[in-house]
Unconditional design. Sequence first.
Length: 75
Amino acid sequence: MPTFDQPTLPDLDAPVCRFMRTKALHVYGQDTPDAFSTSRSSHYHCLRTQFVTGPDAGLCVPETCQPGRSCFEPR
């Protein structure tokens, strides 16, 4: 689970799952920092499940929606 103690700069080269969504993607576009690291101001959900967890029941946040996860597909 992500923590919010320390602000982190997003790794803009990190892969992003094409099914992970947050309002910031619609407002700011695909390069929003909220797509690369969890933000306290964003609510994340999976397009496949329309819920906060993915098809594998794992949490849908940038840090966990990564390669190696069974449901991950790069955008």
